[in-house]
Design a binder for this molecule. Structure first.
Ligand code: DAH
Length: 342
């Protein structure tokens, strides 16, 4: 009997309970009517008279020990639940994190660009990816023998009876909007474009552009420059400088390419900007009067500017993605890197 009491004492001394419910189970197991301590009391009758006093004391002290121990376990468990609740920890929550999806980096950057121009009053316009020659080339003043009209550069879907092709730039959306709307027009046109290029780290057969167009009375090159400066500083930081270099596009006159100061070296010259301190980010210019006329807008009344930029290019500048193919492979390890950019 004494051995049984000692064994039970050791067992009770080492009890643990992590929740109040577990402590209650222990109370039932040891102290209820059919619990282990109560069963000892039932057997007390069989103890010889001369040992009754000693055994009785042992059982009583075991009962006290068990009561105290289990009460303490219960109080501690209740206290830790209360602490967890005040600390904002939800004990009912699943232990593993459920991963939320992330936006694609190109969508993040596209949205940011549209947002910046949105603050300048530009609204979003979109057009089809399958286009005809008129909207992609002819209306935009491309001469009949321009190399972009060649199979080498453009994906043609059919050439007979008319040329149907995958648009090579979002400038086609300019035409679509001008044909339907009289100025003032102030739009940005995001979308996917296609070119017949071999796929490599630096070129892809599809990519994304955002076109901008502003047409009204008295729109000047100074307006263009100021809008682009605002854009560059919002996108790349307030210290960013811009530089416009003369260039040529069939649909603008004069035309320019815009560089921003290299934010890697702060304009001092590094391998990223090939030692020049500048990186090119977009093409722009004043809309050629031929284009306005082709789209039914009176070029003696209205002038306008246009610009076009590659979303991949801007994304690379912002996030230094070295291989263009990453954008279309949908490797989740790559996409997860942009979780924090939301
Ligand atoms: N469409 C040109 C391209 O794909 C980009 C561009 C340049 C658009 C100048 C424009 C512009 O609107 O004015 O390379």
């Amino acid at each position: 009997m004494i051995d049984r009491i000692n064994a039970l004492r050791a067992e009770i001394e080492s009890l643990t309970a992590s929740t109040p419910e577990a402590a209650e189970q222990l109370r039932i197991k040891y102290l209820s009517k059919k619990g282990a301590v109560s069963l000892l009391m039932n057997d007390f009758r069989t103890v010889p008279a001369e040992s009754k006093r000693e055994v009785g004391q042992l059982i009583n002290s075991l009962k006290n020990l068990a009561t105290e121990k289990i009460n303490t376990l219960k109080a501690d468990a209740e206290a830790s639940v209360a602490i967890a609740e005040t600390a904002g920890i939800d004990l009912t929550r699943t232990a593993t994190r459920i991963p939320a999806g992330t936006r694609h980096p190109l969508s993040l950057v596209r949205n940011e660009i549209l947002d910046i121009f949105g603050r300048m009053g530009f609204t979003v316009a979109e057009g089809p990816e399958i286009e005809d020659d008129w909207h992609v080339f002819s209306s935009l003043n491309f001469p009949p023998d321009h190399p972009a009209r060649d199979m080498q550069d453009t994906f043609f879907i059919s050439r007979n009876p008319v040329d149907v092709l995958l648009r090579t730039h979002t400038s086609s959306v300019q035409t679509r909007v001008m044909e339907k709307t009289q100025p003032p027009i102030r739009i940005v046109c995001p979308g996917r474009v296609y070119r017949n290029e071999a796929i490599s780290a630096r070129a892809h057969c599809f990519f994304h552009q955002i076109e901008g167009l502003y047409i009204d009375r008295n729109v000047s090159f100074a307006d263009l420059k100021q809008a682009l400066l605002y854009f560059a500083r919002q996108m790349f930081g307030p210290e960013t400088k811009i530089r416009l270099r003369p260039s040529y596009f069939p649909f603008t006159e004069p035309s320019a390419e815009m560089d921003i100061s290299c934010d890697l070296c702060g304009g001092k010259g590094c391998s990223f900007c090939k030692g020049t301190g500048w990186v090119e980010i977009l093409g722009c210019g004043m809309v050629d009067p031929n284009v306005l006329e082709a789209c039914g807008i009176d070029s003696s009344q209205f002038t306008g500017y246009a610009f076009g930029m590659g979303v991949e290019r801007i994304t690379n500048l912002k996030y230094r993605v070295k291989d263009l193919r990453m954008f279309s492979e949908n490797d989740v390890r790559f996409l997860r890197e942009f979780e924090a950019a939301h």
